[in-house]
Write a protein that binds this ligand. Structure first.
Ligand code: NAP
Length: 276
């Protein structure tokens, strides 16, 4: 049986994959000690696993965790959120900071059931957060303080890169760009592997080369303050192989294709948010 619990510094409702990644990052970067991190989860085995792995403090239910946490991270799946909010709505108050990582649930969704004066931050992380290489965009409701924003930035920067966007609508585009982005990148890698195979280059040769090419190129963009067209120009010498490939990209509308991919994802993100 679980004992009564003391106050913690931060509580996670839902201790799944993404919560696990954030917990690992908080401990690694020493933002809070492991014992000051509370977690509640319907999946008792997952809760025990988190306790064994990270030495967090497990909570028997969301209600007790809500009472004991000045910062609450809502980390259940979007379709599970309604049930969670129903259970805690009478317990949360303005003294607490709420951070939701659920894709597609906007601040309006939370404010329908919670006081509109709630301090609420939405975070849109992505899958590479699981290995500390995530990209997270955050939006803060007007009731939040500078200290709330600083803390949220600190937490999500521990899982990779994090930044605030000033308009909540931008999160739909972020969902399409960096939320879905990893799958688009994997698709590009997969297409490169298949293109290599056509020329009899085996996957075990192509994959490490193209993965490193992605990492190296991304780091060039990050480290050098040069524009993307200028970096392209540096690789593509006149009449060379790169130019030949880039010409096909232009003729077959690569930029249009990417625009279409993002547009479809943004539209879907908006639809899902409206349904929220
Ligand atoms: N994973 C990603 O790459 C990613 C990226 C961006 C955003 N997100 C967002 O992050 C959130 C969490 O995703 P995830 O992949 O970490 O999900 P997950 O692994 O399914 O974790 C959710 C956990 O919450 C538990 N849970 C369900 N209902 C609960 C309740 N009423 N009270 C307490 N715990 C409850 C679930 O238990 P059961 O398994 O028993 O239901 C599960 O262990 C989602 O809203 C998602 O949109 C995830």
């Amino acid at each position: 049986m679980m004992k009564q619990r003391a106050q913690v510094s931060i509580g996670f409702i839902g201790g799944g994959n993404m919560a696990g990644a954030i917990i690992a990052a908080i401990i690694k970067k020493k933002i809070f000690p492991a014992s000051a991190i509370g977690v509640s989860d319907l999946d008792r085995r997952r809760l025990s696993q988190l306790r064994r792995q990270y030495k967090i403090t497990p909570f028997p239910d969301n209600q007790l965790l809500t009472r004991k946490s000045p910062i609450l991270i809502l980390a259940v799946k979007p379709q599970q959120m309604k049930e969670v909010i129903k259970g805690i709505q009478v317990l949360v108050n303005q003294k607490q900071l709420l951070i939701s990582i659920a894709a597609g649930l906007d601040t309006h969704y939370f404010k329908k059931s919670l006081a509109s004066s709630m301090r609420l931050i939405r975070a849109m992380p992505n899958a590479p957060a699981l290995i500390g290489e995530g990209a997270t965009a955050l939006y803060a409701s007007p009731q939040t303080t500078e200290a709330d924003k600083e803390l949220a930035l600190k937490i999500f920067s521990a899982t990779g890169k994090a930044l605030f966007v000033p308009e909540e609508e931008w999160l739909d585009v972020v969902t399409a760009i960096s939320g879905s982005g990893p799958a688009f990148v994997y698709s590009f890698l997969d297409a490169m592997v298949k293109a290599g195979l056509k020329w009899k280059l085996p996957e075990e040769v192509t994959l490490p080369l193209i993965v490193q090419t992605f990492i190296g190129s991304a780091k060039m963009v990050e480290k050098l303050s040069e524009s993307l067209p200028s970096l392209i120009e540096q690789v593509a010498s006149k009449g060379g192989t790169t130019e030949a490939g880039l010409q096909v990209m232009a003729e077959r509308g690569f930029a249009n294709l990417v625009e279409g991919v993002v547009e479809a994802a943004v539209k879907r993100a908006r639809e899902l948010r409206r349904r929220g």
